[in-house]
Design a protein around this ligand. Structure first.
Ligand code: UD1
Length: 418
Protein backbone atom coordinates (compact mmCIF):
# COMPACT_ATOMS: atom_id res chain seq x y z
CA UNK A 1 0.00 0.00 0.00
CA UNK A 2 1.33 3.45 -0.90
CA UNK A 3 1.66 6.21 1.64
CA UNK A 4 3.19 9.66 1.86
CA UNK A 5 5.71 10.36 4.59
CA UNK A 6 5.98 14.06 5.35
CA UNK A 7 8.40 15.67 7.80
CA UNK A 8 6.96 19.05 8.64
CA UNK A 9 8.38 22.27 9.95
CA UNK A 10 10.38 23.22 6.89
CA UNK A 11 9.71 26.53 5.12
CA UNK A 12 8.97 26.15 1.43
CA UNK A 13 11.14 27.70 -1.26
CA UNK A 14 10.83 26.72 -4.89
CA UNK A 15 8.97 26.60 -8.16
CA UNK A 16 6.56 24.09 -9.66
CA UNK A 17 4.66 23.82 -12.95
CA UNK A 18 0.86 23.48 -12.63
CA UNK A 19 -0.66 20.36 -14.20
CA UNK A 20 -3.55 20.50 -16.68
CA UNK A 21 -7.01 20.69 -15.13
CA UNK A 22 -8.67 17.39 -14.17
CA UNK A 23 -12.12 18.94 -14.38
CA UNK A 24 -11.42 20.19 -17.92
CA UNK A 25 -9.90 17.09 -19.41
CA UNK A 26 -12.75 14.80 -18.31
CA UNK A 27 -15.52 16.61 -20.27
CA UNK A 28 -13.11 17.28 -23.15
CA UNK A 29 -12.44 13.54 -23.47
CA UNK A 30 -16.20 12.96 -23.65
CA UNK A 31 -16.44 15.79 -26.20
CA UNK A 32 -13.82 14.04 -28.36
CA UNK A 33 -16.48 11.41 -29.08
CA UNK A 34 -18.78 14.01 -30.60
CA UNK A 35 -16.13 15.13 -33.11
CA UNK A 36 -15.63 11.65 -34.66
CA UNK A 37 -12.05 12.55 -35.57
CA UNK A 38 -8.48 12.60 -34.29
CA UNK A 39 -7.72 14.88 -31.35
CA UNK A 40 -4.37 15.83 -29.84
CA UNK A 41 -4.71 16.98 -26.24
CA UNK A 42 -1.68 18.67 -24.72
CA UNK A 43 -0.98 19.35 -21.07
CA UNK A 44 -3.05 16.35 -20.09
CA UNK A 45 -2.58 15.33 -16.45
CA UNK A 46 -1.82 11.61 -15.93
CA UNK A 47 -4.50 10.78 -13.37
CA UNK A 48 -6.64 7.80 -12.37
CA UNK A 49 -9.84 9.54 -13.51
CA UNK A 50 -8.26 10.40 -16.86
CA UNK A 51 -7.24 6.73 -17.27
CA UNK A 52 -10.82 5.73 -16.47
CA UNK A 53 -12.14 8.12 -19.16
CA UNK A 54 -9.64 6.71 -21.65
CA UNK A 55 -10.84 3.20 -20.82
CA UNK A 56 -14.44 4.32 -21.42
CA UNK A 57 -13.41 5.62 -24.86
CA UNK A 58 -11.52 2.41 -25.61
CA UNK A 59 -14.53 0.36 -24.45
CA UNK A 60 -16.59 2.22 -27.06
CA UNK A 61 -14.08 1.22 -29.75
CA UNK A 62 -11.94 4.40 -29.89
CA UNK A 63 -8.17 4.37 -29.66
CA UNK A 64 -5.97 6.48 -27.40
CA UNK A 65 -2.25 6.70 -26.75
CA UNK A 66 -0.01 8.81 -24.58
CA UNK A 67 3.17 10.66 -25.47
CA UNK A 68 4.30 12.12 -22.13
CA UNK A 69 1.52 14.62 -21.29
CA UNK A 70 -0.01 14.59 -24.75
CA UNK A 71 -2.95 12.30 -25.32
CA UNK A 72 -3.84 11.29 -28.88
CA UNK A 73 -7.42 10.15 -29.22
CA UNK A 74 -9.05 8.78 -32.35
CA UNK A 75 -12.84 8.58 -32.18
CA UNK A 76 -13.51 8.06 -35.92
CA UNK A 77 -14.60 4.46 -35.39
CA UNK A 78 -16.88 3.38 -32.57
CA UNK A 79 -18.30 -0.04 -31.94
CA UNK A 80 -21.02 0.57 -29.37
CA UNK A 81 -22.95 3.05 -27.29
CA UNK A 82 -22.91 1.32 -23.88
CA UNK A 83 -20.49 1.94 -20.99
CA UNK A 84 -19.98 -0.99 -18.64
CA UNK A 85 -21.16 -0.82 -15.04
CA UNK A 86 -17.58 -1.40 -13.85
CA UNK A 87 -16.26 1.67 -15.73
CA UNK A 88 -19.19 3.85 -14.63
CA UNK A 89 -18.46 3.00 -11.01
CA UNK A 90 -14.75 3.64 -11.42
CA UNK A 91 -15.27 7.29 -12.21
CA UNK A 92 -18.00 9.39 -10.62
CA UNK A 93 -18.16 11.79 -13.54
CA UNK A 94 -18.85 9.02 -16.07
CA UNK A 95 -22.33 10.54 -16.50
CA UNK A 96 -20.74 13.20 -18.68
CA UNK A 97 -20.47 10.56 -21.44
CA UNK A 98 -24.26 10.32 -21.64
CA UNK A 99 -24.75 13.54 -23.63
CA UNK A 100 -21.73 12.84 -25.83
CA UNK A 101 -22.76 9.28 -26.74
CA UNK A 102 -26.32 10.42 -27.36
CA UNK A 103 -25.12 13.18 -29.70
CA UNK A 104 -22.93 10.70 -31.58
CA UNK A 105 -25.18 7.60 -31.73
CA UNK A 106 -28.74 8.69 -30.97
CA UNK A 107 -28.77 6.28 -28.04
CA UNK A 108 -26.67 5.58 -24.93
CA UNK A 109 -26.54 3.09 -22.09
CA UNK A 110 -24.76 3.82 -18.79
CA UNK A 111 -25.03 2.79 -15.16
CA UNK A 112 -25.80 5.35 -12.50
CA UNK A 113 -22.54 6.82 -11.20
CA UNK A 114 -23.90 6.33 -7.66
CA UNK A 115 -22.97 8.23 -4.51
CA UNK A 116 -19.45 9.22 -3.60
CA UNK A 117 -17.29 10.16 -0.63
CA UNK A 118 -18.91 13.61 -0.57
CA UNK A 119 -22.46 12.28 -0.25
CA UNK A 120 -25.19 11.60 -2.80
CA UNK A 121 -24.33 12.57 -6.35
CA UNK A 122 -27.71 12.89 -8.11
CA UNK A 123 -27.89 13.37 -11.88
CA UNK A 124 -31.57 14.36 -12.06
CA UNK A 125 -30.73 17.70 -13.74
CA UNK A 126 -28.66 15.92 -16.41
CA UNK A 127 -31.58 13.59 -17.14
CA UNK A 128 -34.34 16.20 -17.12
CA UNK A 129 -32.26 18.38 -19.50
CA UNK A 130 -31.79 15.45 -21.87
CA UNK A 131 -35.54 14.78 -21.72
CA UNK A 132 -36.13 18.46 -22.57
CA UNK A 133 -34.08 17.90 -25.72
CA UNK A 134 -36.40 15.04 -26.66
CA UNK A 135 -34.47 12.05 -25.32
CA UNK A 136 -36.35 9.17 -23.75
CA UNK A 137 -34.67 8.09 -20.53
CA UNK A 138 -35.52 4.82 -18.88
CA UNK A 139 -33.69 3.67 -15.76
CA UNK A 140 -35.10 0.28 -14.94
CA UNK A 141 -32.65 -2.03 -13.20
CA UNK A 142 -30.21 0.74 -12.32
CA UNK A 143 -29.13 1.09 -15.96
CA UNK A 144 -29.88 4.29 -17.87
CA UNK A 145 -31.17 3.69 -21.36
CA UNK A 146 -31.37 6.90 -23.36
CA UNK A 147 -32.64 7.06 -26.86
CA UNK A 148 -33.30 9.95 -29.12
CA UNK A 149 -33.27 9.23 -32.81
CA UNK A 150 -33.72 12.97 -33.27
CA UNK A 151 -32.95 15.49 -30.56
CA UNK A 152 -34.17 19.03 -30.99
CA UNK A 153 -32.52 22.16 -29.67
CA UNK A 154 -34.61 24.20 -27.22
CA UNK A 155 -34.30 26.24 -24.02
CA UNK A 156 -33.33 24.29 -20.91
CA UNK A 157 -33.49 25.98 -17.51
CA UNK A 158 -31.35 24.37 -14.82
CA UNK A 159 -32.79 24.70 -11.31
CA UNK A 160 -29.22 25.01 -9.99
CA UNK A 161 -25.99 25.69 -11.88
CA UNK A 162 -24.64 22.14 -11.96
CA UNK A 163 -21.22 21.86 -13.62
CA UNK A 164 -21.72 18.30 -14.84
CA UNK A 165 -25.27 18.90 -16.12
CA UNK A 166 -24.16 22.02 -18.01
CA UNK A 167 -21.33 20.08 -19.69
CA UNK A 168 -23.49 17.05 -20.44
CA UNK A 169 -26.17 19.21 -22.08
CA UNK A 170 -23.60 21.21 -24.08
CA UNK A 171 -22.37 17.92 -25.56
CA UNK A 172 -25.85 16.52 -26.22
CA UNK A 173 -26.83 19.84 -27.84
CA UNK A 174 -24.00 19.44 -30.36
CA UNK A 175 -26.08 16.62 -31.84
CA UNK A 176 -29.46 18.40 -31.62
CA UNK A 177 -31.13 20.05 -34.56
CA UNK A 178 -31.26 23.84 -34.15
CA UNK A 179 -30.22 25.99 -31.24
CA UNK A 180 -30.14 24.90 -27.60
CA UNK A 181 -29.98 27.48 -24.83
CA UNK A 182 -28.96 26.50 -21.31
CA UNK A 183 -30.19 29.02 -18.74
CA UNK A 184 -28.76 29.17 -15.20
CA UNK A 185 -25.71 27.34 -16.55
CA UNK A 186 -22.65 26.82 -14.35
CA UNK A 187 -19.97 29.47 -14.99
CA UNK A 188 -16.82 27.56 -14.03
CA UNK A 189 -13.64 28.22 -16.07
CA UNK A 190 -13.62 24.53 -17.07
CA UNK A 191 -16.88 25.15 -18.93
CA UNK A 192 -15.18 27.95 -20.86
CA UNK A 193 -12.38 25.48 -21.62
CA UNK A 194 -14.94 22.99 -22.95
CA UNK A 195 -16.47 25.71 -25.13
CA UNK A 196 -12.98 26.66 -26.42
CA UNK A 197 -12.28 23.01 -27.25
CA UNK A 198 -15.60 22.58 -29.08
CA UNK A 199 -15.04 25.84 -30.96
CA UNK A 200 -11.59 24.61 -32.04
CA UNK A 201 -13.40 21.56 -33.46
CA UNK A 202 -15.76 23.74 -35.51
CA UNK A 203 -18.73 23.91 -33.12
CA UNK A 204 -20.71 27.10 -32.57
CA UNK A 205 -21.02 27.51 -28.81
CA UNK A 206 -21.39 30.88 -27.11
CA UNK A 207 -21.77 32.26 -23.62
CA UNK A 208 -19.67 29.86 -21.49
CA UNK A 209 -18.55 31.75 -18.39
CA UNK A 210 -21.96 33.45 -18.22
CA UNK A 211 -25.27 31.99 -17.04
CA UNK A 212 -26.62 31.50 -20.57
CA UNK A 213 -24.93 29.20 -23.05
CA UNK A 214 -26.18 28.64 -26.57
CA UNK A 215 -25.19 25.83 -28.87
CA UNK A 216 -25.95 25.51 -32.54
CA UNK A 217 -26.21 21.76 -33.10
CA UNK A 218 -25.48 19.44 -36.00
CA UNK A 219 -22.45 21.40 -37.20
CA UNK A 220 -19.80 19.39 -39.02
CA UNK A 221 -17.04 18.92 -36.43
CA UNK A 222 -13.41 18.01 -36.95
CA UNK A 223 -10.35 17.13 -34.89
CA UNK A 224 -7.93 19.65 -33.41
CA UNK A 225 -4.88 20.10 -31.24
CA UNK A 226 -5.81 21.61 -27.89
CA UNK A 227 -3.98 22.54 -24.69
CA UNK A 228 -5.95 21.97 -21.50
CA UNK A 229 -6.18 24.88 -19.04
CA UNK A 230 -4.08 24.77 -15.83
CA UNK A 231 -5.67 23.13 -12.79
CA UNK A 232 -6.90 25.88 -10.46
CA UNK A 233 -7.39 23.51 -7.53
CA UNK A 234 -3.85 22.11 -7.83
CA UNK A 235 -2.65 25.74 -7.86
CA UNK A 236 -4.79 26.50 -4.79
CA UNK A 237 -3.28 23.46 -3.07
CA UNK A 238 0.29 24.67 -3.53
CA UNK A 239 -0.60 28.23 -2.46
CA UNK A 240 -2.14 26.77 0.70
CA UNK A 241 0.99 24.62 1.18
CA UNK A 242 3.06 27.82 1.25
CA UNK A 243 0.54 29.50 3.57
CA UNK A 244 0.69 26.50 5.91
CA UNK A 245 4.47 25.97 6.04
CA UNK A 246 5.50 29.56 5.32
CA UNK A 247 7.93 30.46 2.56
CA UNK A 248 8.07 31.72 -0.99
CA UNK A 249 6.84 29.71 -3.95
CA UNK A 250 6.25 30.28 -7.65
CA UNK A 251 3.54 28.36 -9.52
CA UNK A 252 4.55 28.29 -13.17
CA UNK A 253 1.54 28.46 -15.48
CA UNK A 254 -0.88 29.12 -12.59
CA UNK A 255 -3.61 31.63 -13.49
CA UNK A 256 -4.78 33.83 -10.63
CA UNK A 257 -7.96 34.94 -12.41
CA UNK A 258 -9.35 31.40 -11.97
CA UNK A 259 -8.80 31.36 -8.21
CA UNK A 260 -9.20 34.94 -7.12
CA UNK A 261 -11.54 34.00 -4.24
CA UNK A 262 -8.79 31.77 -2.82
CA UNK A 263 -6.01 34.35 -3.25
CA UNK A 264 -8.28 37.03 -1.73
CA UNK A 265 -8.59 34.95 1.47
CA UNK A 266 -4.85 34.27 1.60
CA UNK A 267 -4.08 37.99 1.14
CA UNK A 268 -6.55 38.86 3.90
CA UNK A 269 -4.68 36.39 6.11
CA UNK A 270 -1.37 38.14 5.45
CA UNK A 271 0.22 36.41 2.44
CA UNK A 272 1.69 38.45 -0.41
CA UNK A 273 0.63 37.21 -3.82
CA UNK A 274 1.70 38.53 -7.20
CA UNK A 275 0.78 37.11 -10.57
CA UNK A 276 1.34 37.72 -14.25
CA UNK A 277 1.07 35.77 -17.48
CA UNK A 278 3.84 33.40 -16.34
CA UNK A 279 2.37 32.26 -13.05
CA UNK A 280 1.64 33.09 -9.42
CA UNK A 281 4.20 34.03 -6.77
CA UNK A 282 3.25 33.71 -3.11
CA UNK A 283 5.17 34.70 0.02
CA UNK A 284 3.85 33.83 3.49
CA UNK A 285 5.58 34.69 6.77
CA UNK A 286 4.50 33.77 10.29
CA UNK A 287 1.07 32.62 11.41
CA UNK A 288 -1.93 33.53 9.27
CA UNK A 289 -4.45 36.03 10.64
CA UNK A 290 -8.03 34.87 11.08
CA UNK A 291 -10.26 35.94 8.19
CA UNK A 292 -13.94 36.61 7.52
CA UNK A 293 -16.13 33.50 7.04
CA UNK A 294 -15.26 31.41 3.98
CA UNK A 295 -18.46 30.23 2.28
CA UNK A 296 -18.38 27.79 -0.62
CA UNK A 297 -20.59 28.62 -3.60
CA UNK A 298 -20.81 27.95 -7.32
CA UNK A 299 -18.22 29.84 -9.41
CA UNK A 300 -17.35 32.72 -9.16
CA UNK A 301 -17.85 31.98 -5.43
CA UNK A 302 -15.30 30.20 -3.24
CA UNK A 303 -14.74 26.68 -4.68
CA UNK A 304 -15.88 23.75 -2.58
CA UNK A 305 -12.88 21.85 -3.91
CA UNK A 306 -10.56 24.28 -2.10
CA UNK A 307 -12.42 24.24 1.24
CA UNK A 308 -10.50 21.40 2.92
CA UNK A 309 -7.16 22.60 1.56
CA UNK A 310 -7.65 26.15 2.80
CA UNK A 311 -8.90 24.90 6.15
CA UNK A 312 -5.66 22.92 6.55
CA UNK A 313 -3.63 26.10 5.99
CA UNK A 314 -5.59 27.86 8.75
CA UNK A 315 -5.08 25.35 11.57
CA UNK A 316 -2.55 27.66 13.29
CA UNK A 317 -4.32 30.93 12.41
CA UNK A 318 -4.27 33.73 15.01
CA UNK A 319 -7.87 33.58 16.24
CA UNK A 320 -10.74 31.60 14.71
CA UNK A 321 -11.93 31.27 11.12
CA UNK A 322 -15.38 30.03 10.12
CA UNK A 323 -15.98 27.80 7.10
CA UNK A 324 -19.40 27.15 5.59
CA UNK A 325 -19.82 24.28 3.12
CA UNK A 326 -22.82 24.87 0.89
CA UNK A 327 -22.20 22.53 -2.04
CA UNK A 328 -21.91 18.99 -0.68
CA UNK A 329 -23.42 17.31 2.39
CA UNK A 330 -20.44 15.32 3.47
CA UNK A 331 -17.43 17.50 2.97
CA UNK A 332 -15.91 17.70 6.46
CA UNK A 333 -14.62 14.15 6.68
CA UNK A 334 -11.03 15.43 6.77
CA UNK A 335 -11.74 17.19 10.08
CA UNK A 336 -11.31 14.08 12.27
CA UNK A 337 -7.99 13.33 10.60
CA UNK A 338 -6.77 16.93 11.06
CA UNK A 339 -7.76 16.67 14.72
CA UNK A 340 -5.33 13.74 15.09
CA UNK A 341 -2.59 16.23 14.24
CA UNK A 342 -3.66 18.57 17.04
CA UNK A 343 -6.12 20.80 15.15
CA UNK A 344 -9.03 22.41 17.03
CA UNK A 345 -12.04 22.34 14.67
CA UNK A 346 -15.68 22.34 15.74
CA UNK A 347 -18.24 21.22 13.20
CA UNK A 348 -21.94 21.92 13.43
CA UNK A 349 -24.00 21.08 10.35
CA UNK A 350 -22.54 22.91 7.41
CA UNK A 351 -20.32 25.15 9.55
CA UNK A 352 -16.81 24.43 10.83
CA UNK A 353 -14.94 26.77 13.16
CA UNK A 354 -11.16 26.48 13.06
CA UNK A 355 -9.61 27.79 16.28
CA UNK A 356 -5.91 28.39 15.73
CA UNK A 357 -3.51 26.22 17.75
CA UNK A 358 0.11 27.10 18.55
CA UNK A 359 1.48 23.86 17.13
CA UNK A 360 0.54 20.72 15.24
CA UNK A 361 2.20 17.33 15.51
CA UNK A 362 2.75 14.58 12.97
CA UNK A 363 0.42 11.55 13.15
CA UNK A 364 -0.72 8.58 11.07
CA UNK A 365 -3.74 9.84 9.09
CA UNK A 366 -6.01 8.51 6.32
CA UNK A 367 -7.35 10.27 3.23
CA UNK A 368 -11.13 10.32 3.20
CA UNK A 369 -11.53 11.85 -0.26
CA UNK A 370 -9.44 13.59 -2.91
CA UNK A 371 -9.25 17.15 -1.57
CA UNK A 372 -9.45 16.01 2.05
CA UNK A 373 -6.32 13.97 1.31
CA UNK A 374 -4.50 16.96 -0.14
CA UNK A 375 -5.52 18.91 2.97
CA UNK A 376 -3.71 16.35 5.17
CA UNK A 377 -0.51 16.99 3.20
CA UNK A 378 -0.93 20.76 3.56
CA UNK A 379 -1.39 20.41 7.33
CA UNK A 380 1.52 17.96 7.68
CA UNK A 381 3.91 20.57 6.23
CA UNK A 382 3.23 22.74 9.29
CA UNK A 383 3.34 19.90 11.84
CA UNK A 384 6.31 18.99 14.04
CA UNK A 385 7.62 15.52 13.30
CA UNK A 386 6.50 12.90 10.84
CA UNK A 387 3.06 12.38 9.31
CA UNK A 388 2.18 9.21 7.43
CA UNK A 389 -0.70 9.85 5.00
CA UNK A 390 -2.47 6.62 4.03
CA UNK A 391 -5.19 5.74 1.49
CA UNK A 392 -3.53 8.05 -1.01
CA UNK A 393 -5.43 6.45 -3.90
CA UNK A 394 -7.88 9.31 -3.33
CA UNK A 395 -5.12 11.90 -3.92
CA UNK A 396 -4.01 10.07 -7.07
CA UNK A 397 -7.42 10.79 -8.60
CA UNK A 398 -6.60 14.47 -8.87
CA UNK A 399 -2.85 15.10 -8.54
CA UNK A 400 -0.37 13.78 -11.04
CA UNK A 401 2.35 13.50 -8.39
CA UNK A 402 1.77 15.59 -5.28
CA UNK A 403 5.00 14.37 -3.62
CA UNK A 404 7.11 15.40 -6.63
CA UNK A 405 5.41 18.81 -6.80
CA UNK A 406 5.79 19.53 -3.08
CA UNK A 407 9.45 18.44 -3.25
CA UNK A 408 9.96 21.01 -6.04
CA UNK A 409 8.66 23.52 -3.52
CA UNK A 410 11.19 22.38 -0.93
CA UNK A 411 9.03 20.07 1.20
CA UNK A 412 10.40 16.92 2.85
CA UNK A 413 7.95 14.37 1.45
CA UNK A 414 8.40 10.87 0.01
CA UNK A 415 6.04 8.27 -1.34
CA UNK A 416 6.69 4.80 -0.01
CA UNK A 417 5.19 1.45 -0.97
CA UNK A 418 4.63 -1.11 1.79
C1 UD1 B 1 -18.00 19.30 -10.41
C2 UD1 B 1 -16.55 19.00 -10.18
C3 UD1 B 1 -16.26 18.84 -8.68
C4 UD1 B 1 -16.78 20.06 -7.90
C5 UD1 B 1 -18.23 20.34 -8.25
C6 UD1 B 1 -18.75 21.62 -7.62
C7 UD1 B 1 -15.93 17.81 -12.18
C8 UD1 B 1 -15.48 16.52 -12.79
N1 UD1 B 1 -16.19 17.79 -10.87
O1 UD1 B 1 -18.73 18.16 -9.95
O2 UD1 B 1 -14.85 18.72 -8.52
O3 UD1 B 1 -16.67 19.79 -6.52
O4 UD1 B 1 -18.38 20.47 -9.68
O5 UD1 B 1 -17.98 22.70 -7.98
O6 UD1 B 1 -15.99 18.83 -12.84
N2 UD1 B 1 -26.78 18.34 -8.19
C9 UD1 B 1 -28.08 17.89 -8.17
N3 UD1 B 1 -28.57 17.28 -9.30
C10 UD1 B 1 -27.83 17.11 -10.43
C11 UD1 B 1 -26.50 17.57 -10.43
C12 UD1 B 1 -25.99 18.19 -9.29
O7 UD1 B 1 -28.78 18.01 -7.18
O8 UD1 B 1 -28.33 16.55 -11.42
C13 UD1 B 1 -26.20 18.99 -6.97
C14 UD1 B 1 -25.05 18.19 -6.37
O9 UD1 B 1 -25.51 17.20 -5.49
C15 UD1 B 1 -24.24 19.26 -5.67
C16 UD1 B 1 -24.45 20.49 -6.55
O10 UD1 B 1 -25.59 20.21 -7.36
O11 UD1 B 1 -24.78 19.50 -4.40
C17 UD1 B 1 -23.28 20.84 -7.44
O12 UD1 B 1 -22.96 19.70 -8.20
P1 UD1 B 1 -22.31 19.81 -9.66
O13 UD1 B 1 -22.02 21.23 -9.99
O14 UD1 B 1 -23.15 19.02 -10.61
O15 UD1 B 1 -20.94 19.05 -9.43
P2 UD1 B 1 -20.25 17.98 -10.36
O16 UD1 B 1 -20.43 18.36 -11.80
O17 UD1 B 1 -20.66 16.62 -9.93
Amino acid sequence: MSQLIIRGGRRLEGEVGIQGAKNSILPILAAALVTADQIELRGCPRLRDVDASVRILQGLGCTACWEKNTLLVDTREISGCAVSDRLCREMRSSAIFLGAILARCGQAELSYPGGCELGPRPIDLHLSGLRDLGAEVDDTGGVLHCSAPRIEGREIVLSLPSVGATENLMLAACGAAGITTIANAAREPEIVDLQNFLTACGARVFGAGTSTISIEGRRPLHGCTYTVMPDRIAAATYLCAAASAGGTVFLRGGREEYLSTVTAVLREAGCSILSDGNGIACCCKGRLSAVRPVRTAPYPGFPTDAQAILMAAFLKNRGATVFEENMFENRYRHVDELTRMGADIRVSGRTAVVCGVKSLHGAPVCCTDLRGGAALCVAALAAEGETAVREICHIDRGYEDIARDLRFLGADIVRTES
